[in-house]
Design a protein around this ligand. Sequence first.
Ligand code: ADP
Ligand code: SF4
Length: 691
Amino acid sequence: MLFEPIRIGPVTAPNRFYQVPHASGMTNALPRVRAAFREAKAEGGWGVICTGACSVDPSSDDTPLPFATMWDGNDIRAHALMTEAVHRHGSLAGVELWHGGASVMNRTSRLPPLSPSGIPWMATHVGFMGNLRPKTMDKADIRAALEWQAEGARKARTAGFDVVYVYAGMGYLGYEFLLPEYNQRTDEYGGSIENRVRFVRELIDVTKDAVGKDCGVALRVSLEELRGRPGRNQPSEAHELVELLADLPDLFDVKMDSSPTDCSASRFTGEGSHEPIIDFVKTLTKKPVVGVGRFTSPDTMVSQIRRGVLDFIGGARPSIADPFLPAKIREGREAEIRECIGCNICISSWHDGVPVRCTQNPTAGEEWRRGWHPERVQRTSHPERVLIVGGGPAGLECALTLGRGGHEVTLADSSSSFGGRLTFEKTLPGLAAWNRVVDYRLGRLDEMSNVSLYLGSALGVDEIIELAPQRVVVATGARWTNMLYKSMEIPVGTLDDPQVFTPDDIASGRLPDGPTIVFDFDNYYMGGVLSEYLARSGNSVSYVTPAGQASAWTIMTNELPLVHRALAERRVPVTTLHLLKSFDGETATLAHVFTGEEMRVACRSVVIVGLRKPRNELYDSLSARADELAASGILSVDRIGDALAPGAIAHAVHSGHKLARELGLVLPSRPYRRDMPIVDLEDFDLRAAAE
Ligand code: ADP
Ligand code: SF4
């Protein structure tokens, strides 16, 4: 059923696997990186592969966030690399034409942002990010926006796209017309739902007029807010919208309204979470419907289709984590699917303004620049005996990739199970799915005859010399420290008291007595999730951080609002903008980071979630006995993962993969190929061209 062809207007998708538009951080400045990233998914069996947001006009400029453009001939040529790559594998290429309306700040183009009624999108957020407020569109602006869409569609067809989008979601221009709070117009574009839908209807009309004979025209629309508004003739305005537009687009691509609900992290949301919002769409239109929900299980996918929820199985994150997901299902290799863990490191890459990174798939974004294929590793003609010490994410990935490359691999870990940090972290609230990092790799390693796995093996230098491998890879991870900072800039040393704990203590079962302060300046998930964990076990916990928010960096992974909600639900008080100055076993002294004003808090224990340092004893001992190692035939000793530089699991996996790909190679002086924009300067001098 999943492999039936489905029509989208004049074009036909070869199967039901649909990579919906998603941010990849690969702008038109990285056309080859982007084409290879998308091609991997086409090769892996996704029937439709779409771009991320692709601006139709410089008045839609989201800098510094990455976005694609469809403005001129250079853009057409840049996109054509992708469409050609996708077509090579028989898949369709889709383009998400996009105008950001009031939610972009046009920082580079210096044009006024446009909106139906001059209301800024999410005032607090945008107000924080910039200070330009949108212009209210007059009729000429509306006509211009329709023409940009039509012209964008024509350019997209020239670039070779098969499916062209009209975008009315996630706070962007089309969506702003749909909501009465943003659209307060009194003309034919405002007021009733029929009027508010008019602009989107016209966008669809002009797109169909421009390219409808050759390309499928898709409508991407967010339905969360509209679903909550009672309709006049239907249960909700979302129903009314679909009813009004039912026959117009060739495909409905339906989704949630904001990044934290649309692309929600597994820590707080399960697979298929969009269904309660979008489940009705197919009852009101005969056109095919695509939706997402971090689908990785073939059973869930089939059920979505059988139950009449979706026609296409949409995937963004599942397609990043495993570009070959469809091929693995088709070939009955479900166990080999590299399931997305829902950590949202990928979306953090977009917020960082860089090409997409993925915890599960270290090759994402590296297909062209480093030549890494997501499934294939070149077999070595000189197999080597490699000993990897440490079976956390870095060691497991390194073993897997070396094993695929044909090396003789021994992976040893001192503990009683593989997984490293995840052995504990998977037990923390909401993090069970993260253990897919371990399960996927162990599953594959168990099948490999050239990889030997040893648990309960704490290795020192003597044991390693005795084993006499040709290469040693140290993947011994990192440990949390009890270091503190005197100010935001200057470290002050360690805080030593029997009642001071680190996450490693808690992982080993040494639990604090309450009341407990969790002092977090790591700022990613650990401080917040440990507070939840301790509070759940009955400890009276309060959370303190020098940052402005709890788990401040999780703004990048869409988790921050839900972290705050989880702490509030557990009755964990949050104190921001405070440093921990001292603790005497009974009282902790906190100081405001800007005023220095001190505050004393009674508590029995302090958990410091701060700096991690590499667990480097083994590496240092090996380095000290380098001559003996060389004499016993050991060619190299390398470190990977947290033992090299502590970071997120995504960094450790990438580090392990990189070392395995590069082992024994003579590397070029530059670490990777640099992509370049496609530049024909004539395209930039439009006035001269017109003359
Ligand atoms: P990373 O994230 O870099 O993979 P982890 O901390 O998750 O790092 O995993 C490191 C693993 O290394 C842990 O499972 C730990 O038990 C193991 N380990 C550390 N030192 C040794 C050693 N000397 N011998 C064997 N295993 C070790
Ligand atoms: Fe999934 Fe995490 Fe990879 Fe994103 S980074 S695709 S959430 S595993």
